[in-house]
Design a protein around this ligand. Structure first.
Ligand SMILES: [Fe+2]
Ligand SMILES: [Fe+2]
Length: 241
């Protein structure tokens, strides 16, 4: 069974989430409203879920045709699958991605693309965003997005947790570690460590993972704690090699 809902954070961040009971996993798409009212989408969700996404957005007054820009954090169905459906609603849509991903998007979908550069700020829809490349964390073209206005990290597959997007009881960090160990979705803890060290220097108040609850009160501590977990386990990984 699937269920879905929309949540709003810090007035301008809309999160559509779809929970798939069979997988015990949620899939989130984020929509950031700029001061002028234009909408930036981070993660499109899958094609199969597009009509549900479209009607959920309408309940909060967002017409999917007003999505003018999309960030695809890597080339994978839940991150960019519904791109053609968004394009049908807005022919002027621009997709932003890692160079490897953006070439693939332009070739397959003939969408207008802009290449993001690692930790080079860019203004999209009047919103300053900082892409942070998180190479080889699960995919080689992976990146996350930091938006200074909200001190928010849109962390894609990093900080994922099983379960719904509702706040889980117990430790955030332990929930994330348990999910990493259960899923085996990371090719190497060493790559996660490198990504987290890059992320750690940003002032993060909010983390919005694609899978699982948002993290607010303990965002910085969660980043530090996960670095601690990686520090221990990357050594083990090197010894085992
Ligand atoms: Fe992914
Ligand atoms: Fe994902």
């Amino acid at each position: 069974m699937k269920s879905s809902k929309i949540d709003i954070f810090a007035d301008d961040v809309y999160r559509n989430s779809i929970f798939i009971e069979k997988l015990n996993l949620s899939f989130c798409q984020f929509f950031v409203k700029s001061p002028s009212g234009s909408i930036l989408c981070i993660e499109t969700g899958m094609r199969d879920d597009f009509s549900q996404l479209k009607s959920n957005l309408l309940t909060v007054g967002i017409n999917v045709g007003s999505v003018s820009s999309i960030v695809a954090p890597h080339f994978e169905a839940d991150e960019m699958g519904a791109l053609p459906d968004f394009m049908l609603q807005n022919q002027n849509l621009i997709a932003y991605a890692h160079p490897i991903c953006s070439h693939a998007l332009a070739d397959i979908f003939s969408v207008k693309t802009r290449l993001l550069k690692d930790e080079v700020p860019i203004t999209i829809n009047e919103e300053l965003i900082i892409p942070i490349f998180t190479k080889h964390v699960h995919q080689w073209d992976s990146l996350v997005i930091y938006i200074p206005r909200f001190k928010a990290l849109f962390s894609s597959d990093i900080f994922m947790r099983y379960g719904t997007v509702d706040e889980a009881s117990g430790s955030t960090l332990q929930g994330i570690i348990a999910s990493i160990e259960k899923s085996g979705y990371l090719p190497s803890i060493d790559h996660l460590y490198s990504a987290l060290k890059k992320i750690q220097k940003y002032d993060v108040d909010w983390i919005f993972p694609m899978h699982g609850p948002s993290i607010h009160n303990d965002a910085a501590a969660t980043i530090d704690g996960l670095i601690g977990y990686c520090t221990k386990n990357r050594l083990k990984e090197i010894v085992e090699r």
